[in-house]
Design a binder for this molecule. Sequence first.
Ligand SMILES: Cc1cc2nc3c(=O)[nH]c(=O)nc-3n(C[C@H](O)[C@H](O)[C@H](O)COP(=O)(O)O)c2cc1C
Length: 207
Amino acid sequence: MTEALLTARRSIAIAITGASGALYATRTMAALLERGCHLEVIISDYGKRLLRDELGDKAAPDKLFDYLAATYGEPVRQGTYTLYSNKDLGARIASGSQDCEAMVVVPCSMKTLAGIAHGLSRNLVERAADVMLKERRTLIIVPRETPMSLPQLRNMVLCAESGAMLLPAMPAFYQMPKTLDDLSDFIAGKILGALGFSHALYPSWRG
Ligand SMILES: Cc1cc2nc3c(=O)[nH]c(=O)nc-3n(C[C@H](O)[C@H](O)[C@H](O)COP(=O)(O)O)c2cc1C
């Protein structure tokens, strides 16, 4: 392996879609940025609405990096961040020739889940996810809906059969969470673990 590869930032795509749980996305992004990752970020129209509805105007896409630093601390600035339009099917991450090693769709709406399951590539979120599957790279889908219909359950199976990891937004309560941050730390910790990062976002289970 060359020195350039050894020292390169890990490049990870983050897609935020219109399912509830914007906090899961911001906590995950902050934890990856603190670790010096480069994030390729796509936010669907309803993802933008969820950021605003759940976190306020200060978390608007054009202010998100500053929001993350203000909320989670300056170490977030150790990472880098590129924001893409969801309409830009010519973006770098729409191609398998780019170096983005993994993608997390957090939170993932049932609509985007369906689009990924059926390989529709109607927008950049769906296309970048399709690229991850066809290139056999890591795709982590964090669905949030309850209850779920049979088509939604089948779409999760289709994604799992194609190689994606389904990591539902289901925080555990055995860690005795006290705050919303405790809940989002748990899901972000699960995502970081799935990406191969060590973390202390929640205490490990000691039996
Ligand atoms: C306030 C709000 C909350 C929503 N929560 C969810 C949700 O938790 N899960 C889901 O699948 N869809 C949810 N939706 C519906 C999606 O946003 C909608 O299907 C949208 O078309 C998804 O588009 P996208 O996947 O391109 O973001 C919600 C919509 C709104 C306005």
